[in-house]
Design a protein around this ligand. Structure first.
Ligand SMILES: Cc1cc2nc3c(=O)[nH]c(=O)nc-3n(C[C@H](O)[C@H](O)[C@H](O)COP(=O)(O)OP(=O)(O)OC[C@H]3O[C@@H](n4cnc5c(N)ncnc54)[C@H](O)[C@@H]3O)c2cc1C
Length: 413
């Protein structure tokens, strides 16, 4: 079959790779000059099944409400004239019961853990260098009370097979001596030794090169403007560089998927949630982090990709605006400098902002809607790099009419 993949982020490229493995001819359409140039570029690079908790939790409505009046660094929710914000928020609030949060978290963890196993297969087969660090992720807390709560909370993922270790502050510093000067500000951590990190854009571009080597086509600088249909099928994808037709199509446009799907009457509740990141060269600084961490108090994530740090923070409802200014980064930069004063050349930080494609229940959309040859693989939210590899395999399985390796109960909606 000839399959047209709409979007060259990590989801689109991993999907094309898995489809090619199944023997299909693949064509990726991407508007940027390279693949992985939007959200898949600047994320924290965490492959983090241990971070599978959904944002739509019973605490979320109060957090959202508070952010309307308090100037919160982690969450910025502003009222706007965008009706999509309100319809999405309503659906999100409907997912915030304890029962749904538990169910959605376990579904997400199932997908994330499976996805990590698919990633390992791809890494073993393709030997892509993407600055992988397989030492786990440290989720640390600044008070004993918060740590105790975190450990209790984590029991849900532990019951689903997630390996965890609880560390006191000395245990944290023993794991990463670069945190020594912050020792007294850390109460302890939940350490997920099987979580890992790696540069998502380097990986995606490396994988895209393999797809091209094997005969796949990637049309960059190609903006999709519409989809043509006849009866119950897509007939072609219309772009500013002409039309592309195939036997099947995969929608993997991240936050932009609902804009294109909406033109053919498919309503996808995906809303962009903006996040910010800094990429900071380590330079000649003597004490860079050796393992990734999340400061759970400040909700700042810090990863090391070889010779640079990636720091991410903030969930902001700003529509499709990806602009940023230095003040947006001062909090996360301050937190990182406080934790690792000798960790990087902070004066040379590169700023970035991107959009998490969030669904109300934080689970991606798979499968078909109205059209028999259009498959969805989109809406991967805040851990899309983690879930992309398994999602790609699942999409290839669905296109082949094969049963995916994990149960799709609750995932295929
Ligand atoms: C600050 C931040 C930190 C994050 N940290 C992590 C993390 O540590 N771990 C993790 O697992 N996930 C993380 N994520 C989430 C992760 O980055 C996303 O879920 C993932 O990148 C989504 O991939 P995607 O391919 O769906 O979207 P994208 O990467 O946005 O890809 C969609 C592609 O479609 C293209 N496109 C859109 N419209 C058109 C059009 N009309 N025509 C042609 N092309 C088009 C875009 O150019 C883009 O390349 C983070 C996200 C943010 C913002």
């Amino acid at each position: 079959m000839r399959v047209i993949v709409l979007g060259g982020g990590v989801v689109g490229v991993t999907t094309a790779y898995q489809l090619q493995k199944d023997g299909h001819e693949v064509v990726i359409l991407e508007r940027q000059r390279q693949v992985a140039a939007e959200t898949s570029w600047g994320n924290a690079g965490m492959i983090a099944p241990g971070h599978s908790f959904v944002w739509s939790s019973p605490r979320a409505p109060m957090i959202l409400l508070k952010s309307l009046v308090l100037k919160d660094q982690a969450l910025r929710f502003k009222l706007s004239a965008d009706p999509r914000l309100y319809s999405w928020s309503w659906l999100f609030l409907m997912e915030c019961t304890a029962e749904k949060a538990r169910r959605n978290t376990l579904l997400k963890h199932r997908l994330a853990a499976y996805s990590q196993s698919v990633l390992h297969e791809v890494v073993a087969d393709e030997r892509i260098d993407y600055d992988r660090n397989g030492r786990g992720i440290v989720y640390f807390h600044r008070s004993q009370q918060a740590l105790d709560k975190g450990v209790e909370h984590m029991k849900l993922l532990e019951s689903d097979g997630q390996e965890i270790k609880v560390l006191d502050r000395d245990g944290v510093v023993a794991l990463d001596p670069a945190l020594a000067s912050a020792r007294d500000r850390i109460a302890g951590a939940i350490y997920c030794p099987t979580d890992e990190t790696g540069d998502p854009a380097k990986f995606t571009r490396g994988l895209a090169a393999k797809v091209v080597e094997r005969g796949g086509a990637i049309h960059t600088g190609t903006t999709i403007t519409g989809i043509e249909t006849a009866g119950d099928a897509v007939t072609e994808v219309v772009t500013d560089k002409g039309s592309f037709d195939g036997d099947a199509y995969v929608l993997a446009l991240g936050s932009y998927s609902p804009l294109i799907a909406g033109r053919i009457g498919i309503n996808l509740p995906i809303y962009p949630i903006k996040g910010y990141s800094l990429t900071i060269p380590i330079g000649n600084r003597p004490a860079p982090p050796t393992i990734a961490c999340i400061d759970e108090h400040n909700l700042v994530a810090i990863s090391r990709f070889g010779d640079r740090l990636r720091v991410t923070a903030t969930a902001e409802f700003a529509g499709y605006d990806t602009s940023h200014k230095p003040a947006d980064f001062s909090f996360m930069k301050g937190v990182t400098e406080e934790l690792y004063p000798e960790g990087a050349d902070y004066g040379r930080a590169e700023m970035w902002a991107g959009l998490r494609p969030m669904t109300p229940n934080n689970l991606p959309a798979f499968g078909r809607r109205r059209l028999r040859n259009l498959y969805l693989n989109t809406g991967h939210g805040h851990i899309g790099w983690t879930m992309s590899h398994g999602s790609a395999r699942i999409t290839a399985d669905l296109i082949a009419g094969r049963k995916p390796a994990i149960s799709m109960d609750g995932l295929l909606n």
